[in-house]
Design a protein around this ligand. Structure first.
Ligand code: PHE
Length: 341
C-alpha cells in the first residue's frame, strides 16, 4: 500500500503542474487532498495494514500530505502572479498612477499652540497644574480679591449654573488659589492651562469658550523685574528673538501692580497695519505681582512671600501667528479650517 501511496503522490504532483487556473486548482484540491480526496482516503486505510507496518506508512503519509499542501499553495501563488502579469500586460492595471493619499488626523491649532507654550514654560521650570472647569463663585472671584457686588465683576460676564454659587470659570486665575492651597508654604512655579467660559455675544473677536494659560510663581524675593524678564523671555522664545516687548500699566483685582504685555506687531513690525489697528503693538498677556490678599487666601504670609502671575490666550496667539482674523473658526468645527494646520 505504501507503493500505491507513492504512485498517487507522483500522480498528484503531475496533475498539479497541469492545473493552470483557479478552477482547475480547486478541482485538483477536491480530487486529491480534499475531505474525500484520493490521498485522504488512502491515508485513512492505514488500519488495513499489519500493525508493524503502520508507523512507517503513517509517517510517510503525513509527509506527503504536508508536501502536497505546500505544493498546492505555491501553485496557487504562481497562478495568481501569472494572472497579475497578464493584467499588467493588457493594461488593466496602471502602475504609473500615483498612490492614493492616506487621511491623517492632526492636532487642533489651539492644542498645537498650547503645546508650544508648555514646552517654553517647561524649559523655564514651570510645571503644568490642571484645575477644574466648573468652579465656585468664591474661588473664581471672592478669593481673588473680587468680593460680591464689587464692580470689577463686570470684567467677566459669567455663566452661572442652576446651583447657587456654582459657575463655569471665567478665567484660569481661580487655579492660582487651588495651586497655592495645595503647595503652601512651598515655593510654586506652575502654569495652569484650561478652557474658560464667558457669557458674551459671539463675534469675530470674542467667543463664549476659549483657552487660557495662567502662570504663577510664588517664593522669596520674587520681584517685578523677575516678572518683566520672564515675560520678555517667553515672548521672544515664542515669537522670535528679534521681537520688541512693551509693558503697560493695567488693572486686575488680584495683582498689584498689574501690567499688560505687548509685542511689536509681527505683521508690520511696528509701522501700523490693520492687525495691530495702526498702533504697531499687539496685546498678548495680562500679568502682575500677586496681590497680598490673594497670597494670604492661598495660605502664604505676604510679609514673607511674593509672587507673580500672568494669563494669556492660546487662540489669540494662534491668530497672531497665522494671521487668522476671526476667533469663531476655532470652535466652529469646520474641517476646511482645521485641515490647514
Ligand atoms: N485672569 C485675567 C483675565 O482673564 C488675566 C490675568 C491672569 C491677569 C493673571 C493677571 C494675572 O483677564
Amino acid at each position: 500500500m505504501l507503493d500505491q501511496l507513492e504512485a498517487l503522490y507522483r500522480e498528484a504532483l503531475e496533475a498539479l503542474e497541469g492545473a493552470s487556473d483557479d478552477e482547475a486548482l480547486r478541482g485538483w484540491e477536491r480530487e486529491y487532498i480534499g475531505r474525500k480526496g484520493k490521498v485522504t482516503l488512502m491515508v485513512r486505510r492505514v488500519g488495513e495494514l499489519p500493525p508493524e507496518e503502520r508507523p512507517a506508512f503513517g509517517r510517510r503519509a503525513n509527509e506527503i500530505k504536508r508536501e502536497l499542501q505546500a505544493a498546492f499553495e505555491q501553485r496557487a501563488r504562481q497562478i495568481e502572479q501569472e494572472k497579475l502579469a497578464r493584467e499588467l500586460e493588457s493594461g488593466a492595471i496602471d502602475v504609473t498612477l500615483p498612490g492614493r493619499p492616506v487621511q491623517v488626523g492632526r492636532l487642533h491649532p489651539s492644542t498645537q499652540t498650547l503645546r508650544r507654550i508648555y514646552d517654553i514654560w517647561a524649559e523655564m521650570g514651570f510645571q503644568v497644574y490642571l484645575s477644574r472647569d466648573v468652579e465656585d463663585d468664591e474661588t473664581n472671584f471672592t478669593l481673588l480679591n473680587i468680593p460680591p457686588h464689587h464692580p470689577a465683576r463686570d470684567m467677566w460676564d459669567t455663566f452661572y449654573t442652576t446651583r447657587p454659587g456654582v459657575l463655569l470659570r471665567t478665567h484660569t486665575s481661580p487655579g492660582q488659589i487651588r495651586a497655592m492651597r495645595e503647595f503652601a508654604p512651598e515655593p510654586i512655579r506652575v502654569i495652569l492651562p484650561g478652557m474658560c467660559y464667558r457669557y458674551e455675544q459671539i463675534s469675530a473677536r470674542s467667543e463664549i469658550q476659549f483657552y487660557q494659560v495662567e502662570g504663577l510663581a510664588v517664593g522669596h524675593n520674587i520681584r517685578l523685574t523677575d516678572l518683566i524678564g520672564t515675560m520678555s523671555d517667553f515672548v521672544r522664545r515664542l515669537f522670535g528673538p528679534e521681537r520688541k516687548v512693551r509693558f503697560r500699566a493695567s488693572y486686575f483685582p488680584f495683582t498689584e501692580p498689574s501690567l499688560e504685555v505687548d509685542l511689536d506687531c509681527i505683521l508690520c513690525g511696528g509701522k501700523g497695519c490693520s492687525v495691530c489697528k495702526h498702533t504697531g503693538w499687539l496685546e498678548i498677556a495680562g500679568c502682575g505681582m500677586v496681590h497680598p490678599v490673594v497670597l494670604r487666601n492661598g495660605g502664604y504670609d505676604p510679609e514673607e512671600f511674593t509672587g507673580f502671575a500672568f494669563g494669556m490666550g492660546p487662540e489669540r496667539i494662534t491668530m497672531l501667528l497665522y494671521g487668522i482674523d476671526d476667533i469663531r473658526y476655532f470652535w466652529g468645527n469646520d474641517i476646511r479650517f482645521l485641515e490647514q494646520f
